[in-house]
Design a protein around this ligand. Structure first.
Ligand code: GDP
Ligand code: GDP
Length: 435
């Protein structure tokens, strides 16, 4: 489970991206493996002690040709809006600068926990330099040398401690969903269309953890919440249209959701950016539904839907499990299919298969098509167990985990889908050595 988001702020050249790289360690960028999805250098995933969290380097979000103060205002604002913990980086080589003081003043106004890292303290026998940073009024400075990997463990201890305990799930008992997609694909129109349907009762409880305006509502006795509609509705911030920012925003919303609606603009068709955000939803293991909006604006004959479906499948190979809905927010076409699809996908993502039934399916699969041999050895699956949900995660106890190849995994996944459907959710299959 992800504990939350850490945002790194600080003036240029203090070592933010060096620290970012240290924190995400040897882990690969989270969507690197997905074809057609580019690696993002500002957003990563980290693990320390038993906690997992996301990391944003706000220094990578830049306005074109803006004065420094505007840039830093934006970065700090994004950090305060999106993060659970803020890591403020300064340089022990330079001492406190006016820009550091300026950033400190902005941060003092936020209620988010702040960890102050004094970077470039390469020689720990001379770490007296850090004391002057008490003057920033942000608590105890921690000496680090990101370049040499010194002190980063202590820094991570402090970061992990600062994350709020999220024992209780946000919006317990409610189905949390969000809509992601490029600007103008129709996300806010869709939200409005969903909320304006018959028998939808919008409640007035405010969103809890963030300043974002989440919208809780009820329909036919079921509780839902649309996550992060503020990002959709509150237009007009200067940085709203920076792609990196909107991607980041989408990722924060994905993290807090059970089901993600990937919205595609039927008028313009599929773009690379669509694949990028959809890749994060997949990687995060969330339920996914592909919503092809503006269906009213598409030139159609009886073949069009099939043709587009085929194209979507070809473009989003890794989302083969996601249902596709063709809708029009403008003409209110098939809007009523959205909530039932969200329910279905959510139900599947938290489905627990009885152990004996699961084993029957896996053993049958193994009998029908035995695993191929590899260097004279053959994979043997002894036992299967579903260890978690959202996404459903299945552990196979085997003779040698190395022998579970991608293609056989894919075959087992198909057998599981034949048996249990698991519509809209990815299935994780892991192998462990039986001992
Ligand atoms: P950013 O602009 O804040 O993201 O800073 P960078 O991570 O790009 O680092 C700026 C410069 O400081 C680079 O030349 C780094 O190699 C250097 N740097 C980063 N961390 C350290 C450190 O711990 N010690 C020293 N001496 N240099 C560092
Ligand atoms: P967002 O930026 O993704 O939230 O997109 P909006 O909901 O603001 O919609 C962007 C534009 O697309 C607006 O002009 C909408 O009227 C238009 N739009 C939204 N849904 C539809 C639709 O189903 N059909 C058509 N033809 N236009 C739509």
């Amino acid at each position: 489970m992800i504990s939350g988001i850490l945002a790194i702020v600080g003036r240029p050249n203090v070592g933010k991206s060096t620290i970012f790289n240290r924190i995400i360690g040897e882990r690969k960028s989270i969507v690197e493996d997905i074809p057609g999805v580019t690696r993002d250098r500002i957003y990563g995933k980290a693990e320390w002690l038993t906690k997992e969290f996301r990391v944003i380097d706000t220094g990578g979000i830049q306005l074109a040709d803006q004065p420094f103060r505007d840039e830093i205002n934006m970065q700090v604002e994004i950090a305060i809006d999106e993060a659970d913990v803020i890591l403020f980086v300064v340089s022990g080589k330079d001492g406190i600068t006016m820009d550091d003081e300026y950033i400190a003043r902005l941060l003092q106004k936020s209620r988010k926990p702040i960890v102050l890292a004094v970077n470039k303290v390469d020689d720990f026998s001379q770490n007296d330099a850090i004391y002057e940073f008490y003057n920033l009024g942000l608590g105890d400075p921690i000496a680090v040398s990101a370049a040499h990997g010194i002190g980063t463990g202590d820094m991570l201890d402090e970061i992990v401690k600062a994350f709020p305990d999220k024992q209780q799930k946000e919006y317990e008992g409610m189905t949390r969903f969000c809509l992601i997609g490029r600007p103008n694909v129709g996300k806010s129109s869709l939200v409005n269309a969903i909320l304006n349907q018959e028998r939808v009762i919008v409640s007035d409880i405010e969103g809890t953890t963030r300043d974002a305006i989440d919208t809780p509502f009820k329909r036919e006795g079921k509780d839902y919440v649309v996550i992060d509609t503020a990002g959709i509705r509150k237009k007009g911030k200067v940085y709203e249209n920076i792609e990196k920012y909107s991607v980041l925003r989408a990722m924060a919303a994905i993290e807090r959701s059970d089901v993600v609606l990937v919205v595609i603009d039927g008028e313009t068709g599929i773009r690379d950016q669509d694949k990028h955000v959809a890749g994060y939803a997949h990687e995060a293991g969330k339920g996914v539904i592909i919503v092809y909006n503006k269906w009213d604006a598409v030139d159609k004959d009886e073949q069009t839907m099939q043709k587009i479906e085929k194209e979507i499948r070809a473009q989003f190979l890794y989302l083969s499990y996601a249902p596709i809905l063709f809708v029009s927010a403008l003409k209110k076409q098939r809007i009523h299919t959205l909530l039932p699809a969200i329910d279905e996908v959510h139900d599947y993502s938290v489905l627990r298969i009885q152990t004996n039934v699961l084993n029957e399916v896996i053993m049958d699969a193994q009998l029908m098509t035995p695993p191929p041999t590899h260097k004279g050895k053959r994979l043997k699956i002894y036992y299967a167990s579903q260890v978690s949900v959202a996404p459903p995660t299945i552990v196979l106890f085997v003779n040698d985990p190395e022998l579970l190849h991608f293609s056989y995994k894919r075959y087992l996944e198909n057998c599981l889908r034949d048996a249990f459907a698991f519509t809209g959710t990815t299935i994780r299959i892991l192998a462990r050595e039986r001992n």
